[in-house]
Design a protein around this ligand. Structure first.
Ligand code: SAH
Length: 391
């Protein structure tokens, strides 16, 4: 006999197919004895089945809508296989990619990234943490996998009362590893590196931006291990300056440049990007392409104003440094700043810089980071490409 939880009357997103049910939307307050629950609408009709977390604000994440029986372990195994299969063609051009992207793949709170022979998992939902053995049984059968490592130092795990620890889940730890991203080699530190090691979510944007760079002088700000800049060099950029505040990331960027035989046209600057841009934007325009890929400026709705000021400032300074006809690539991964707000602040920065600019391309997350259509919370990445007017 499974446990049923009923929704309060109201216009809940789950009624339209959103996979999240918030605690306040449930009529019941006592935690059920099992995580595997049925969800009923306010009239007692079966909405579907989900997994219950006793601690977080998102109490239930749906696993299936409609009636039907559900063999949870079997369903999880099938979804892992389907997620991997859906990315088969991508694996021919990138050996670093996301294999499982949580709700978008029907596996709430589970992220699995592949870096050549290693898999790196992030689990941010308690019931999914309990299903890890099932997930691992499936993942370890993938050809060429040496080990599965879990990164656990994530603030989201706190809300689920999960330990903030990293661990080797299966096999052996091979670290660092080298991945091939559209023909360019990157060394990735799976243990100490940011995110799961590499900013996989920008892989397609790096590739798209490279097309604008042949023969041009490129400034890559918030460069991390050199992703955008090195793709630009490979495409024929005449010179790349990479700016980041983290010395370790820049050391890796230099090593990546050497591995790919691109060192002669590559230089790094360790600096706070805000200070560096403020200082350099007083000089004559020196770049034909400027890339801005900052970290999230806000993790909360209340700090949006400050984040917008930050975006305004760096975009304004970048615009001043661009040659006539130059290209500005400007990104935001702050979920709380949506595409319209971001585009508006970039436009206002162009105006303040006295630059006329055309928006050439509006980009987002790559195919391996596909999102659930009814979960705007999972669409965070924005990447605008603008062209400055000729003179
Ligand atoms: N463009 C990169 C990813 C950038 S992630 C890629 O394609 O791989 C954001 C980067 O900004 C991180 O490397 C972080 O070290 C750096 N960073 C954060 N705050 C910074 C600051 N104030 N000044 C310069 N770099 C900063």
């Amino acid at each position: 006999m499974s446990v049923s939880l009923r929704l309060k009357p109201g216009r809940h997103r789950a009624l339209q197919g959103c996979p999240w049910v918030f605690r306040g939307e449930l009529l019941h307050h006592d935690p059920p004895p099992t995580a595997d629950v049925e969800i009923l609408d306010a009239d007692g009709r079966m909405l579907g089945r989900g997994l219950y977390s006793p601690t977080s604000a998102i109490a239930v994440r749906m696993m299936a809508f409609g009636r039907g029986e559900l063999q949870l372990h079997d369903l999880v195994r099938r979804r892992v296989r389907a997620a991997v299969r859906a990315r088969e063609s991508l694996q021919t051009v990138r050996t670093g990619l996301r294999l499982v992207n949580a709700e978008a793949d029907g596996l709430p709170g589970l992220v699995v990234d592949r870096y050549g022979p290693m898999l790196v998992m992030e689990v941010t939902f308690r019931p999914m943490a309990d299903l890890i053995p099932v997930v691992v049984e499936e993942l370890k059968t993938l050809p060429g996998i040496a080990g599965i490592y879990e990164r656990g130092q994530l603030s989201a795990r706190r809300h689920e009362a999960l330990p903030l620890e990293d661990r080797l889940v299966w096999g052996e730890l091979e670290n660092p590893v080298t991945v091939d991203e559209y023909g360019l080699l990157f060394q990735v530190d799976l243990v100490e590196g940011q995110k799961t090691g590499h900013y996989l979510d920008q892989a397609e944007n790096r590739q798209a931006v490279a097309a604008y760079t042949p023969g041009r002088r490129v400034l890559d700000v918030f460069a991390h291990t050199g992703g955008f800049g090195l793709q630009a060099l490979r495409a024929g950029a005449s010179h790349v300056t990479a700016v980041d505040s983290e010395a370790g990331a820049l050391r890796q960027a230099l090593a990546n440049a050497a591995t790919n035989k691109l060192s002669d046209r590559f230089e790094v600057q360790e600096a706070n990007a805000f200070d560096w841009l403020r200082e350099k934007s007083r000089e004559t325009p020196a770049y034909d392409v400027v890339i801005l890929d900052p970290p999230a400026f806000t993790k909360s709705r209340t700090a949006v104003e400050g984040a917008l000021r930050g975006y305004k400032e760096i975009n304004l300074r970048a615009a001043r440094m661009l040659s006539p006809g130059g290209i500005l690539v400007t990104c935001s991964c702050s979920y709380h700043v949506d595409l319209d707000a971001f585009t508006a602040v970039v436009g206002a920065a162009m105006h303040d810089a006295h630059r006329d600019a055309r928006l050439l391309d509006v980009r987002g997350q790559p195919a391996d980071h596909g999102s659930h259509p009814l979960l705007p919370e999972s669409r965070y990445l924005k990447c605008l490409i603008l062209e400055m007017s000729g003179s």
